[in-house]
Design a protein around this ligand. Sequence first.
Ligand code: MSP
Length: 521
Amino acid sequence: MSDSSRTYLTTPIYYATGDPHIGHAYTTFLADTLARYHRQTGARVRFLTGTDEHGQKIQEEATRRGVEPQQLCDEMARRFKKAWEELDIEYDRFIRTTEDEHRQVVRSFLRRLHERDLIYRDTYRGWYCVHEERYWTEKDITPEGNCPDCHRPVREIEEQNYFFRMSRFQKDLIRHIEGHPGWIVPEVRRNEVLGFLQNPLSDLSISRPRHRVKWGIPLPFDEEHVTYVWVDALINYVTASGAIHPGRPAEGEGFDDVTGSWWPADLHLIGKDILTTHAVYWPTLLLGVGLPLPRRILAHGWWTVGRDKMSKSLGNVVDPLALRDEFGTDAVRWYLMREMPTGGDASYTPERFLIRYDELANVLGNLASRATSMIARYREGIVPAARGVGLAEEIESTLESFHRSMLALKLHEALGAAMDLARLGNGYVETREPWALAKDPDRADELDEVLASLHRGLVVLSALLFPVMPRKMRVLAQTLGLGGVPTLEDAIAMKLEGIRVSKGDPLFPKAEKVRAEVGRV
Ligand code: MSP
């Protein structure tokens, strides 16, 4: 995010073949939390998500269900939108690759590559995994003849395809990665890509004959072939940026000048499973048409369930909506963002979920209820004037590490720093013992300071934690007597004395109530 006044963030577009699970929710929460964080600092933000709707996988799933592919896509796009709405995801644009605008942009993109002599026709011989929608060579597949990634059987194909001269861009790509150390994060993924690029890069098949795959975007220079779904899907990021205008030749198509559009993206958020497509195919395609490269790619880790991969066949897919019904949206958001070190892997277990939930109830919720009830009891609910802020240094250093971690995309650390401030707040209550101060009229000033400091700390926490828990932080801000969640600047500087707090229900009800049902989590 080199230009802090604007940020274009993207998630992968999810296959319109299955319901959203916590893996999809994780990437989308990351984007939503970052988008809210940047909006809060006054940046113009564009947050893009959507569904990937073409290709053999969709075509076969539609046949299996006995519906038209478009019907399947309409239904799945509806389900993803509904899930995101229920999980408080505030995207700016939901793209569907079957949209007319996208189809036109894909055709313009390919026409441009073709005009630049970067596409040729040849025979493709090799192996294909429909589930991953990707090719494998003989040496890649397992001895049993399965996909090395998902272990499903692969199919042997030999057919006429169009190829993109990806190999031409190998050196440029290596130079770019080496010249921009933070371009792919975390570093282990950057090294993985550089390792991959040590072998000669082959050209990329970008089409399927229509007699085999019907469900795709026809190539502009040969209507008997459709665009390979990964090429189609990656281009969504450019479509939604508004950089390319296929229907308006007078304005130029946009490839030579992206001014006024959102391109280039500031951050592509992806899972590590789709690193090669995003860090090799995509940048070489962009170099091919002459568009700038995205500014950063974050490849996050993988959620497992206990020790197992989450999969339909194992029947262990964790449904974020079921969790939400039990604990509320914000608890799910908190758990996923706080538990997984950004970039690393994490394992979902009901026990870990409850540990994270308890943190909300016993640390943050507890601090809020202690502070508001003491202000109610000792100062009739009015925040007193105070000479100093008892937690000033702690607040300052929390803010510093919070911002540093957010900008380094270490969200788990940023959230950890905020929760530590709440912990310090509880420690401050213990050491200052406001209940003892309240008994001594000579120490009224001290009590004022303690109460005002706790209130200030909570106001700051409501702003810090708003991006991850928007719903609960609105409630907290209200309880603290504010009209809404303040910006971070206001949270530190605004005058709070004289504000009336209220004593509401606990912010996070004790988990005991739900613990008995842990088997359902
Ligand atoms: N349609 C492609 C992406 C095209 S982007 C131009 C695709 N779709 S997907 O539905 O399979 O979603 C993949 C993404 O979902 C992963 O990259 C990751 O962001 C997220 N996750 C899916 N399962 C996951 C886990 N178990 N754990 C973490 N994230 C996972 O690939």
